[in-house]
Every structure is written in C-alpha cells, then in structure tokens.
Design a protein. Sequence first.
Lengths: 258, 258, 258, 258, 258
Amino acid sequence: MDIATIVGLIFGAILVTGAILMGGDFMAYMNAPSVMIVVGGALCATMAAYPLARFLKMPKVVMKTVFAKPQNPVELIQQLVELAEIARRDGILALENMADQVKDEFLVSGIQMAVDGTDPEVIQSVMETELENLIERHEAGKGLLDSMGRFAPAFGMIGTLIGLVAMLSNMDDPSKIGAGMAAALLTTLYGALLANIVFLPLADKLALRSNEEVLLKTIVIQGVMSIQAGDNPRNVQSKLMTFVPPSLRTTEEDNRAA
Amino acid sequence: MDIATIVGLIFGAILVTGAILMGGDFMAYMNAPSVMIVVGGALCATMAAYPLARFLKMPKVVMKTVFAKPQNPVELIQQLVELAEIARRDGILALENMADQVKDEFLVSGIQMAVDGTDPEVIQSVMETELENLIERHEAGKGLLDSMGRFAPAFGMIGTLIGLVAMLSNMDDPSKIGAGMAAALLTTLYGALLANIVFLPLADKLALRSNEEVLLKTIVIQGVMSIQAGDNPRNVQSKLMTFVPPSLRTTEEDNRAA
Amino acid sequence: MDIATIVGLIFGAILVTGAILMGGDFMAYMNAPSVMIVVGGALCATMAAYPLARFLKMPKVVMKTVFAKPQNPVELIQQLVELAEIARRDGILALENMADQVKDEFLVSGIQMAVDGTDPEVIQSVMETELENLIERHEAGKGLLDSMGRFAPAFGMIGTLIGLVAMLSNMDDPSKIGAGMAAALLTTLYGALLANIVFLPLADKLALRSNEEVLLKTIVIQGVMSIQAGDNPRNVQSKLMTFVPPSLRTTEEDNRAA
Amino acid sequence: MDIATIVGLIFGAILVTGAILMGGDFMAYMNAPSVMIVVGGALCATMAAYPLARFLKMPKVVMKTVFAKPQNPVELIQQLVELAEIARRDGILALENMADQVKDEFLVSGIQMAVDGTDPEVIQSVMETELENLIERHEAGKGLLDSMGRFAPAFGMIGTLIGLVAMLSNMDDPSKIGAGMAAALLTTLYGALLANIVFLPLADKLALRSNEEVLLKTIVIQGVMSIQAGDNPRNVQSKLMTFVPPSLRTTEEDNRAA
Amino acid sequence: MDIATIVGLIFGAILVTGAILMGGDFMAYMNAPSVMIVVGGALCATMAAYPLARFLKMPKVVMKTVFAKPQNPVELIQQLVELAEIARRDGILALENMADQVKDEFLVSGIQMAVDGTDPEVIQSVMETELENLIERHEAGKGLLDSMGRFAPAFGMIGTLIGLVAMLSNMDDPSKIGAGMAAALLTTLYGALLANIVFLPLADKLALRSNEEVLLKTIVIQGVMSIQAGDNPRNVQSKLMTFVPPSLRTTEEDNRAA
C-alpha cells in the first residue's frame, strides 16, 4: 500500500468538495443523470475497446495500483544471497525444502527449475517469457486506466452538448437559462474530475509500479541464474546490488553494520 | 464475436439516447442535414486519404472488429502437437490428408509446403512475408477507423461553424437565436458521439485484435517449423506454450488432467 | 489517377456547399478578405518554413498526389521476369536494346549499369541511394501539405480574433454585432475546411502513395540484382512475388491460367 | 546557480503583476480558495501519481534546478589530467592521498576503486550503473515537474467549472454575474501562470541540466579508465577534450597560453 | 540568404496588417502592455528554461535561420575533387598551402590533420565529434525557437484572462464591455501571430537548414578521408555524388559539358 496515492486521491476529493461547498449550494452539483452519462459513457467506450475478460479486471487493476505493496529490493537480494549460501554449502538440492518457505511464486518456480536440473538457458528463457507476460499485463491494465482518463472528459463534453441543445431549444423562460447551462456544464466538470483526480494519476502510478516490479523480477532472474551457476554468495550480492539505487544500498550496509 | 464490444456499443447508444430523452424533446436532436455533414464529411475526407479499394473495405473491417472470434491459442497448440505426433509416427507425408481437415488456411499452406519438401528457410520466409502482409492490412484497417475518429469531430466543428454563421447573419428574430444555436451545436455533438462511441473504441479494439492474430500466426509458424524438423511432440508443446500467458497454460493442464 | 481522392475532394466540397445553401444565404459565406488571410497566411508561414525551390513544388506535389497512377506491382514483376528470361537466353548484353522499350527510368538505369558490367555492389548502392533520395523528396512533399494543414486553422483563428476585436471595439450599433461575429467566424470555418477537406487527407494520401512507390522501387532493385546474377526466371518471379499481398498474387495466377 | 532561470522566473512574475496592476484592482485577482484548488489539486494529483518518498523530493528538485551550479567541464578535464600526471609519475597508489583533495564524490569513488586495484571492467560497470541511477533520478524529478505543469491547468479548468456552475445556478442578481465569472476565471488564470511561468520552464531546464551532468560523469568515467590504464596525460587530455564543444576548447587553450 | 523565408515573413506581416486595416481602426489593435505581456512573458519563460549563454544566442539563431546561405554541395564536391587531384599529383604535403585558400574552416582543419600525418581513425573521430557538436548546437537553437512558439500563445491566453477578469469585475458601464473584451483578446491575437508567423516557421526552417549543413559536413568528412587515403579523384567524385539528389547531379554534368 502506498500512502501517497490514497492521500492524494482523498485530499483531492476533499479539496474539490470544499471548493464546491464554498460556492454555495452543494446539491446544485449533484446530478445522477450527469454521473450516468460520464461514468457510463466512459465505461461503455472502454468496454467496446477491450475484450470482456480484460475489461472486467479494471477493479482489480485499480485496487492493485492503490494498495499493492512492492517488495523491498534489498530484502529480496538478502533472501537471494541466503539461498545462494545454502546452495553453495549444502548443494543446490538443499533448496528443495527452502522452496516451501519462500513466498514469491516467481522465485519459487525458478528455484524449482534449478533444483530439477533444468538447463540454465531454458530457465532463463522461461522466466523471461514470464516477465514479458507480466509487462504486457501491466500495459493492458494501464491501457484501461488511460482509456477511462481519455473517454471521461469526452463524455463530459457530450453530456454538456446534450444539455446545451436542450436548453437552447427551449428558451421560453429566460429565468431557467442559467440553471440549464449550470446543469449542462456539470458533465464537463465530472469528466475533468474523474480524469484528473482518479484515472490519469492512477495510470501514471501504475506505470511506475510496473517498473518497480520489473526490476524485482529482473533481480530474481539474475539471482536464480547465479545460484544455479554456484556463484560465490558475496559476488551474488555485489552483482545484484548494482540494480539498486545507492541510497538504498547504504541503508542496507548500515543495517548489516548494526 | 466479442460480447464486450457489442455490449459497449449498444449500451453507449442507449445511455446517450436516455440522456437525450431526459433532456426533453427527442426530435430536437434529430437533424438529417447535420448527420449528412458529419458522417458524409468524415467519409469524404477518409476516402480522399485512401485508395478506393482500401476505403471500400471499411464495412468489412468494422464487422471483423465487432464479430471476429479469435481462435484459442491453447487449442491451436494442441492441434499443432497432434500434427507433430502424426508426422513423427507416420512420417511427414501422412499430413497430406490431414491438411484437408485443418480449417486454418495459413496452417494448411504451411503444412503443404512441408509435405512438398520445401526448404525450411523458404517456408519460414514465405510464412513471415504472409504475416507481414497481415499486419499491414490490419494497420490499414486501423488507419481507416482512426481517420473516421479524427475527421468526424472536425466536420462536427465545421457544421457548427456553418450553423453559427447562418444564425448570426440573420438575427432579426431574437426568438430564433436559441433554436439556431441548438441546431448548430448538433453537428459537434454528432461528431463527438461518432468518434467516442464508435470509431475510437473500434480502432483500439482492432489494434488488440491484430496483436492476438499475430500471436496465433507466430505460433503456427513456429509449429510448422518444428513439425518439419521432426521435433519431439512434447518439446513442441512446451516450446509453443511459452507464447501463452500462464493463466491460460494452467487451464490447459487442468483440461488434460480432467 | 486514384478516383477515390478526387471523388472524396469533390463530394466533400459539394457536401459543405449543400450545408451552406440549406443554411440560407450563400453570399454570407463568401468573403474575399477572409480567404486571403487564411490561404495567404498559411502559404506565407509555409513559405517561411521551406527553401523557395521546395515551396514552389507544392502544386506539383498536390497534382501528383491526386493524379499519379501507381504501376501495378504484378505487371512490374512480369516485366522483370521477361527481362530475366531474355538475359538468361541471350546473355545480359541482349538487354542493351530492351532498355529502350522499358519506360521506367529507374529500371532502365539499373539495367544499363548491369549491361555495362558494373560491379553488383555498386549497382545496389547507387540504386538504394536513389531510393533514399526519393523517400526524402516524398517526405519533403508531405511536410509541405502537413504545414498547410497545420497553419490554415491557425490563420483561421487569427482572422477570427482580428474580426472579433474589430467588432467589439465598435459596438455602437447592436444590430451589426451578429453580422460582425458571423464574418469573424468565417476565417475559422475556412481554415477548418482547407485543413480537413484538402490538406490533411492529401498528406495522408501522399504517405500511402510513397509507401507504394518505395515497394515498386524495392522490387526493381531486387529484380535487377537477380537479372545480373543470372538467376532462373522462375526463381526471380517467386522471389519478387513475396513482396506482393496474396490477393494480388492469385489474380496474377488467374491471369496466367486464363 | 544559473542566473537566467532566476531572472526568468522573477521577471515573469513582475510582468504578470504589472499587467494585473494596469488592469486596475489588484485584490480582484487575489483569491485564496482559487489558489487552494489549483495548487492543492495539482499537488494531490501528482502525489497520487508518485510514491510518497519521490513526491517529497519535489522542493529539492526545484531548488536544484534553480540553484545548482554545474562544474566547468574544462576544469574537470584539467583536474583529471593532473591526476593522470601524478599517477604516471608516482604510480597510481600516489592517488590515495589525492582522493582527499578532490571534491567530486563520483570521481573519488572511481579513483578509490582504481587505487584498490579493482578490475577495470568492474570499475566501469559500477560507475555506469551509478550514472544510470542518476539519469533515472533526474527523469523522476522531471516527471514531478511535468505532472505539476499538466495538472495545474487541469485543476484551473475544474475550478472555473465549479465557479461557473455556482454563478449560473444563482443568477437572481444580474449585477453579480460579472464578478462571479471573474472569480471563476481566476483559477484558469492561476493554472496557466503556474504551468507556464514555473513548472514547464523548470522541467525544460531540468532536462538540460541533466544532460550537462551526464556529460560530466561520462568524462569522469573515461578519465578514471584512462588513469588506471596509465595513459599518457597528453592523450588523456585530447581524448577527453573531444567531449567539449570547440568554443570551450579554445578558451581553455587561451588560458594555458596566458 | 534564403529569399523564401524573408518573403514569407514579410508577406505574412503585410497580410495581417492589411486584414486589420480592413477591419477599420488600426490603433485599436496596437497596445503596448499587451505586447509586453506576450513577448516579455514568452522571453521570461524561455529564459528560465535555458542557461543564460544559450538564451542570449537567440538573435544569432534567428539571423542565421533567415540569412544563412548554405554552400552548394556540388561546388563543395568539385573543390574536394580538386584537392584530391593535387594530393595525388604532388603528394598530400602539397595541400599545406592550399589550406590557406579554402574558406570552410571544418575542411581546413581536416586537411591540416591529414597533412600532419594524423592517424585516419583519429581524423574521422575528431571530425565526427565536431559534427555531433554542430547537430547539438542546432538542436539547442531549434529548442529556443520552439519554446518561444509554445510560450507566446500561452502568455497570449494569460493576458486575455487577466483582461477578462479586469473587465468582468468592473461592469458598471456596459458601454465599455466591448472595448474591454477587445483589449483582452488582443494578447491572444499577438500570441497566435508571433507563434504562427515568426517562431514556428523559423523553427521548421532551422531543422531543414541543419539537415543541409549536416549533409555538407558529412561530404567533407568522406572527402578528407578519401584524400588522405589517396583515392583516385574520379572515384572520389562518384562516391561523394551519391550524397546529392539526381536533379543536382545532372546540373553539375551539364556545367562540366558546357
């Protein structure tokens, strides 16, 4: 869970609500049909653009973007170094049991292949294909959020045009013109809010989150290859540490010193 | 046929119709000349931008995007594995008859070349050229939908400008100003609807559909190459399975277990 | 000549004229100074962005985009196969006379080099440099049309701003406000029409046309190299045919069968 | 510290303040809630799009963009040449003490590795990984500024829509319409000012600054590699000078001549 | 000097002035504070985005884009061929004196290195680094013009918003509303004119000009390498001519024939 995303989303909503309350009548900004056309329209357009199975994964994608807690790469490297130490001391078959204690499925499957004596090139190829699948899934998820962020303002404008036409073709009572335009503008407001408070920031976040996960998987692949090759645990550590920014690296050394 | 696309298109249309009906007079939103200028203008601009033969394929492209049912890659791999088993057991010439039972033309032509004893490099080159042609045709199709999605709002704006000039140069009767502006805005509304409900989602969908088909053809090419090389059917399967996301892979294993 | 481009351009113009006529007074839409500022402004900006010699080629570029008739690639391949047959039967020197009958200058210069016994690598390098020059010329032409399509709406907006300022600084007679705004909007309308009916579709078309010509030149280069190498005409044909989409290929085979 | 950035920021602010003062009442342009929604909204959206740790680095990024003083590459090269001379004359171990006098941490760590007799390939790999980390940190910083420059105008528009709806749904007193619209437009103005005076120029500046720093680090890496290889100091100089534009190079020669 | 750029800039200005004069009162379009905010704002934002030294080069960049006269590549090739003839006949040392007669500094420095017996690889590396520096300087220059073309309309909008707020918060005298809006729109007009008549066309032109200069430098590098290698002058000519479009090539042959 990344606190910044949740705080950003909630504070954004509070800020806008506050601005509306200062403007006066809160109910003037609430309009169910306007919500329907913006949210519904964006959902329909996005649904039309994606296979059903992928579209239905949107809530999961949103949840993951908001709540996923990425593993600490330094902890992951420590774990890989420990596995390398065991493999060096007791032979790679000793990792057969360890595989039950490690939680990361991707790492487990890699170690299992190493224990089974699979050819190193095959291990690497299988793990990299898996990684490519992961990247593709992330891009598909980002595509969903991007689509929502693109179609929400578009349907906001469509709703405003529908409202304007309704107002303009029925201007007998001039006192209703203001209310009519206000209602028409609401959909544009909803579209802009949905895009800029929810979907565009989440799409950006998902792209960053994907980069982090790709880094972790890359470290795992390099680690498994080193473990199978029987590399010196010390070398495994310094090799994997080059993937980590220096600020994190020093923390790690402090920890060990402590 | 992908249900999501059809549901998305239909629900989008229903939603907009509902929003219009709530706004009041449905007929105020119906205007044949406005439809003409938006749809006609976008069609003319797209026609001018493409050779006639390609432009006339647009209905086929739309139909395909909406109704095409992509083959299940796991089923395709199973079929290739079966062909590999036959080839291994009875010799590659035994596939001569099988070629009549397989429906996928691309696979049939590949097997036929293998049966005819064509040089592997030639088979690969011919099949890859075919695949490149397919990708180009898909891009051309996507180009048509993109053009429509780009020109429809442009002609919506052009129609609105024409309507505004007409209204503004004839403001003797102030009571008609509202109706004139409403009519002028209709073309902008039509352009936005056409682009955001129909053409942009379909263009996105076509791009995804193309990726799927390219994956299938790539599997077929790899499969035919393996069959001709006389690879072990088990190896063929595990090799081809790396192209499929893990979620689909487990399904397949469950199926076999069942 | 590609009928679709001309039909698209003409029908687009008819459609817009019809929409204007329905709006009422045709003369309200005709305004020489507005045409001047949009067309003239876009021409000036494009002229400033290009060397004079290139700018002056714009009419030629437009004509070519509209009227150029691309050669049929299958006919071109047939011609190359015939030349390959002659070269094989009577020696490459027999092509000395053929060179007078072939119309394609690019092909003639290639054959001439082959007849002169020029080194194959030199022939390929010279022909490919020529092809790169062609691609660059096409891109320069497309750049001109893109610039016009980009600057026309910009000067439409500039004209509208000039008109609005004129109208707003002189509002003594309220009855003239409508006419003033109508006149101001005309330049925006002109800019949008020029861009969306003429320049953007033609720029797209030119890009497609360029791809076709590059394909033809590529076929010629491959053909000349095969002829000089003395390849079997049958192999030349099947080699060159891989550049052509399957739909065209079957047509060709039907023709031969007929 | 780069005087141009500070002068540009300050003069931009003065210019806009002057323009407002000329328009009349300065207080009409001051509105705390409008500032809140634009600045707060942009901050919330940016916060939602980034991990907390990275978001909190924004003030540091801004400060660095404005005040960082890039090292003169010619001075850096002189320093590297001096180190190369010492290493050549007294052996590389003589640099052990020098490392205390050099301020650039990146250079110190490189020399230290060379003194420790680390393998050249390892030194290069470690230093290049460090450089890649630097580039990534710069890009993350630029991403923050870009996000602010993108979300500030978006929340400006959102604020204006909220204000317009408030004004339109309460038009009983026509004399307040003007003031209402003025207040509504303020947020759009704030968004445009923030983006165009502060965030977009700073993002551009940061990209340039990053290029400069990458150049310096590249020179350091090349220099350390040359020092370790025991290259002739004269060759080290001419090799490193190719990274510097000729205008700077002549200055350097003048300096030496003087 | 390229006549098209100057003619385009001047005619564009005349056209706009004419359109304004037709609209009536020329003075209504002249407003010093509006010029200040658009030009000053764009300059401040661009200054903030660039180091001072680079920003101050803008007038030089503009002058060069407008007045630079690119060398004729065919003349350059003739000169290189002549130098190759001298080098072949009298030895490369004979070029020592020639170096005084050649004006192109880049060519002179290349020949000087050849005369000094510098290693060919070093000559090539030094000259290519120089070329890369040139390309970077051109891109920096184009970046300045792009920034001005991007920030001018942005500050036009900012000025209009400031004017609108001033007008709207002070609507006591309805007769002044028109004049106030006219004044507010002026800055948008200025921003659009500056961008579309001056900065965007010049930025496009600079990109083309840079391509031409890069071509010339590439020819010089190839020529110097050939001269040093002692290539046959005839081969040098045909080798360098492949860099020139065929239309220019024939001109050259005509010239020689004449």
